[in-house]
Design a protein around this ligand. Structure first.
Ligand SMILES: Cc1cc2nc3c(=O)[nH]c(=O)nc-3n(C[C@H](O)[C@H](O)[C@H](O)COP(=O)(O)OP(=O)(O)OC[C@H]3O[C@@H](n4cnc5c(N)ncnc54)[C@H](O)[C@@H]3O)c2cc1C
Ligand code: FES
Length: 286
């Protein structure tokens, strides 16, 4: 159960794993996520279901190692099992033929935007995708994004590939070209989703963002993932993860995301220390 069947490293610190999970593979829709717990001591980690194969009974996750839990997940190998896998969670993306949909993915945000771009294309939309990263080596899923997009624009912060600049620069270029955008979907760091939403608001372009708040139970009970959208409290795990980008209080979300920084640092230091001790205890280790 929940066995890792495939594992690839697709860029520095970014891993792509396929896990057996019959039930979730059959039921999941674009935009939904799972919460997993590696072992009985593990915290609960939310991850978008990037893809699934209902026949094979597998789901695919792509994640960036940023802290103790994601590094520990990255340490698992093919054949290892994940203790708990709950899902599919969250409301699926509203998919219909809107016309022209621009899908924007920044950094690891390209992974969660991919299933949405694929579903939008399948529904008959013209899909223009913009994917961006800090530099060429950190860009992920270029080939897969091009397969589900009518047009793919790439940006890098340092100009090492594609347009030199941010995803918002490419979006501004599309607007300047006169492309009529019926919907924009943006996923990535909070600051990026905020910047995209500010830009599209100016031009009256409907915008959906998928929020990556810190979560605990994933059932709407603990309140950990609460965000303010249109002056109302919403829970990302059950009311989202997608919301109207023009209504989200991004400043509050950013503050809440950094609420546990000292504890996250402490957990990471402990993880590194334990890993070094484990390596040293291995035959031939120093
Ligand atoms: C619905 C949802 C879907 C997600 N899908 C994906 C995905 O497909 N791929 C992926 O790589 N990540 C995804 N995330 C983010 C992922 O859950 C976090 O990166 C992970 O829980 C961090 O745990 P950690 O212990 O490794 O790091 P921590 O020690 O908890 O944090 C390390 C650093 O990462 C930041 N961080 C912590 N939690 C988040 C978060 N939720 N989002 C952004 N930064 C965070 C912290 O502020 C800190 O700077 C998703 C989050 C949500 C809510
Ligand atoms: S994670 Fe607990 S209410 Fe959403």
């Amino acid at each position: 159960m929940n066995q890792i069947l495939e594992k690839k490293i697709i860029s520095e610190g970014v891993k792509d794993i396929t896990i057996s999970s019959q039930h979730i593979a059959r039921k999941r829709k674009a935009g939904q996520f799972i919460i997993l717990r590696i072992d009985e001591y593990g915290e609960r980690i939310p991850m978008t279901i990037v893809d699934s194969d209902p026949k094979a009974g597998t789901i695919r996750l792509i994640f960036q190692e940023v802290g103790k839990s994601t590094y520990s997940l990255g340490d698992l190998e093919v054949g290892d099992e994940i203790l708990d896998l709950v899902g599919p969670l969250g409301k699926p993306t509203h998919i219909e033929n809107f016309g022209t949909v621009v899908c924007v993915g920044g950094g690891i945000g390209v992974a969660p935007v991919y299933p949405i771009a694929a579903a939008m294309k399948e529904a008959g939309n013209e899909v223009i995708s913009i994917i961006g990263s800090r530099d060429k080596d950190l860009l992920i899923m270029e080939q897969e994004m091009s397969e589900v997009s009518d047009r793919l624009l790439i940006t890098t912060d340092d100009g090492s590939y594609g347009l030199h600049g941010f995803v918002t620069n490419a979006l501004q270029n599309l607007i300047d070209e006169g492309v009529k955008i019926d919907l924009c979907v943006a996923i990535g760091p909070v600051v990026m989703m905020g910047a995209v939403s500010n830009l599209t608001k100016e031009f009256g372009i409907e915008t959906v963002v998928s929020l990556n708040s810190i979560m605990v139970d994933g059932t709407g009970m603990c309140g950990c993932c609460r965000v303010t959208v249109g002056n109302k409290t919403q829970f990302v795990c059950v009311d989202g993860p997608e919301f109207d980008g023009h209504q989200v209080d991004f400043k509050e979300l950013m503050m809440r995301q950094s609420a546990y920084l000292p504890q996250e640092k402490e957990a990471m230091d402990r993880y590194h220390k334990c890993k070094l001790e484990r390596l040293a205890a291995q035959p031939g280790g120093k």
